[in-house]
Design a protein around this ligand. Structure first.
Ligand code: CU
Length: 394
């Protein structure tokens, strides 16, 4: 045998050994997977219906049983606030007066670093330090005075050390403003309300048209200001008020465009490239992953009437659905004085629009609120929880 043919034999022998090894590894892996599936099946067969529901809910939250829920937060380093998300019950009570009045609204803009999910931080641009901004409530016929100051009164800006005009300009927020969709008039108020560093401006309008409306910043580059979190909602109640309910909740879905992928750790910068490509990494209710889950979940009791105001602040429409619920009344497109649609499963909410939803909590349990374009819920954060308790069976 010459040298070259003997080396071929050695190579053949070696490669069959390697193939043998990798086959064995593959079979072992398959065997393990099969065993895991069988174990999971056995586990399911012994679960009660309630345990099964909880298990599914965990899976929807991206958690395996027993893992720490993402909303059990540890302190965040480098954050200006421990909580960027507005709670869903943070809204003024229904209006209970029969005459018009002046409603004054104090707003300030604030850029601040906060946690988007554990170990992921982001510099949000906000109204009053939370996403979404405050829920404004007026009655048809009211005068509304918006007072907007650039920066939290008396506080230093976050995000850059100097507070010169050049620094603000370089950061892209030399001015902030407000455009309210409840305003009839050029720019929805924004032309009057461009507020530079250290400035405060105010304007008044008469809330003539009942509806649930979005407001947002309209300073250049407008889509960037909005994508960073500068939006909220204003409800103009009809003069006779809305029907009485037991609970009201305020939610806004917004998508975020970060330099890294979903879950990449550390301070994420805003990606204008992804914004222009309409490719966000996060779809979130009220500002962060799990903002409205566990200890911050919405809560109600069996038999209570629930009303939700749900809007889209940023640039991509939401497909809003509550798993295991049917909307008794849906007022699409913010049209709260029109006759509602009944028995609706999912509603499309356009960017810069909002809906009002009413239903009675009939069965106890944990209900997941999702964007039914479900990768957004399972893989990109668009999940919230409503917990319905039965006082008869605690
Ligand atoms: Cu702004």
């Amino acid at each position: 045998m010459n040298r070259s043919s003997s080396s071929i034999i050695v190579i053949l022998a070696l490669s069959s050994f390697i193939i043998g090894c990798s086959d064995e590894a593959k079979y072992k892996e398959m065997e393990e997977k099969y065993a895991a599936i069988q174990a999971e099946k056995a586990r399911h067969s012994t679960m009660t219906a309630q345990e099964m529901a909880n298990h599914a809910a965990h899976e929807m939250s991206g958690l395996s049983d027993g893992e720490m829920p993402l909303s059990a937060k540890k302190p965040c380093t480098g954050c200006a606030t421990d909580e960027i998300g507005r709670k869903a019950d943070d809204l003024p009570p229904p209006i209970d007066r029969k005459a018009s009045q002046l409603v004054t609204v104090d707003l300030y803009t604030e850029e601040l670093v906060a946690e988007m999910m554990p170990d992921v931080t982001y510099q949000y641009w906000t109204y009053n330090g939370k996403v979404p901004g405050p829920f404004i409530r007026a009655r048809a016929g009211d005068q509304v005075e918006i007072r907007l100051s650039h920066g939290k009164p008396g506080a230093a800006h976050q995000g850059h050390d100097e507070h010169t005009s050049q620094q603000h300009a370089a950061a892209g927020h030399s001015a902030h403003s407000i455009d309210l969709h409840a305003v009839i008039g050029s720019g929805g108020g924004a032309p009057l309300m461009q507020v530079g560093q250290g400035e405060e401006k105010r304007f008044r309008f008469t809330a003539t048209r009942p509806g649930i409306y979005v407001y947002h910043c309209a300073s250049p580059h407008v889509p960037t200001h909005i994508a960073n979190g500068m939006y909220g909602m204003i409800l103009v109640e009809p003069a006779e008020g809305l029907a009485k309910v037991d609970r009201e909740f305020y939610l806004m879905q917004g998508e975020f465009y970060t330099s890294g992928k979903y879950g990449d750790q550390g301070l994420q910068s805003f990606s204008k490239e992804k914004l222009l490509a309409e490719k966000p990494d996060y779809f979130l209710f009220n500002g962060r992953v799990n903002s409205l889950s566990d200890g911050r979940a919405m809560r109600a009791k069996v038999g209570e009437k629930i009303r939700m105001f749900v809007g889209v602040g940023s640039h991509i429409a939401a497909n809003f659905h509550i798993i295991g619920e049917i909307f008794d009344n849906l007022y699409p497109e913010g049209a709260v004085i029109n006759r509602p649609l009944n028995n609706v499963q999912t509603t499309l909410i356009a960017p810069g629009s909002a809906v009002m939803i009413e239903f009675t909590a009939e069965a106890p349990g944990k209900y997941l609120l999702v964007d039914h374009s479900l990768t957004r819920a399972i893989d990109k954060g668009a999940l919230a929880e409503l917990i319905v308790e039965d006082p008869e069976r605690p």
